[in-house]
Design a protein. Structure first.
Length: 327
């Protein structure tokens, strides 16, 4: 048996209940893993609220770390006793023990502790595919400007550090002076408090009127139109979330009037669809963390029993860095 957080219908935090579930043996291509820590992400809010519609009842959670207890037929990259971490479909990580597909589960290097492993996978792999694989025409080179919204969040703080290591000039937006200071400390070349100033003219000022090559935007509705206007001709607006709500529909001809710009909507799960791509991205992330180029900040810890409060704080933008649920 395992304690798990489940919802029976989409809605507010009150829909999350801790229940006891039975966990069986792994089938072909599966493992059973006993969690040591669980990561919290904004996608969990989307799935709970109904922005992302999923079948009910639903066990929430997309990332965790722990010890592999058993492996099913055909699983060769893991064995019982391995330390492991993952970001993976289907949801279900808010629990003590689960059976799940093995293909997106990676061995966790000994140098990385369980809480860090739980906090880093979904956010770190997201930062990896954004900065390394979701690129504007001609790619990015040292000295290029990029705009990153929500720069003091879990993905943002990883991106600030990784961008600095790549020689990029990351302009980070946040909603408070304290968050601006944190993003600057961890590698943002410039920071903008969007609650005090309009980020569009500030970006133009920083870039000498040229704009940026790429905008990485997980905010959505509140930043969308001005994000487009921050781009250079042929620039890329890379959407990977919508914490303020989905952007309004727009006519494709708008892209021409703004300089033949590009728009893409990315999701991590396209990038980790195979065992090979998952491992290659994870290896890159593990190297960035173990080398010290990227440090994973865990600024909030909640016991599993306080999952409702954890979601409240995340939705209220009270959090910085990463948040984990402890077991």
């Amino acid at each position: 048996m395992s304690r798990a957080v489940r919802i029976d219908r989409h809605g507010g935090v009150e829909e999350m209940k801790i229940v006891d579930v039975s966990v069986g043996e792994p089938g072909p291509g599966e493992i059973r893993i006993r969690h040591k820590a669980v990561g919290l992400n904004f996608i969990d809010v989307y799935q709970r609220s109904g922005m992302y519609q999923l079948p009910m009842p639903l066990q929430l959670g997309m990332e965790a770390s722990g010890i592999v207890e058993a492996v099913g037929a055909g699983v060769t990259h893991l064995k019982a006793g391995d330390r492991a971490a993952y970001a993976s479909q289907p949801p279900g990580s808010y629990c003590e023990l689960r059976v799940m597909p093995a293909k997106c589960v990676c061995k966790l290097p000994d140098a990385i502790d369980f809480e860090t492993g739980a906090a880093m996978m979904l956010k770190g792999l997201t930062a990896q595919y954004l900065l390394k694989k979701t690129l504007p025409q001609g790619g990015l080179k040292q000295g290029d400007f990029v705009l990153f919204h929500a720069a003091a969040g879990g993905v943002g703080l990883i991106a600030c550090q990784w961008a600095r290591a790549l020689g990029l000039q990351l302009i980070g937006t946040t909603g408070s002076d304290a968050k601006c200071a944190l993003a600057k400390e961890l590698g943002a070349a410039h920071v903008i408090n969007y609650s005090k100033e309009d980020f569009l003219p500030r970006v133009k000022e920083i870039t000498g009127g040229k704009g940026v090559k790429v905008v990485y935007d997980s905010v959505g509705k509140d930043t969308w139109d001005k994000s487009m206007d921050c781009l250079q001709p042929f620039g890329l607006l890379a959407s990977f979330g919508a914490s303020s709500g989905p952007p309004a529909p727009f006519a494709p001809a708008v892209l021409a009037t703004k300089g033949s710009i590009y728009v893409t909507r990315q999701t991590l799960f396209s990038h980790i669809a195979t065992r090979e791509s998952t491992q290659a991205m994870a290896d890159d992330l593990f190297e960035a963390v173990t080398s010290g180029k990227v440090k994973i900040r865990i600024d909030q810890r909640f016991p599993l029993e306080q999952v409702q409060q954890a979601h409240r704080d995340l939705e209220a933008r009270k959090t910085t860095g990463c948040t984990v649920l402890t077991l």
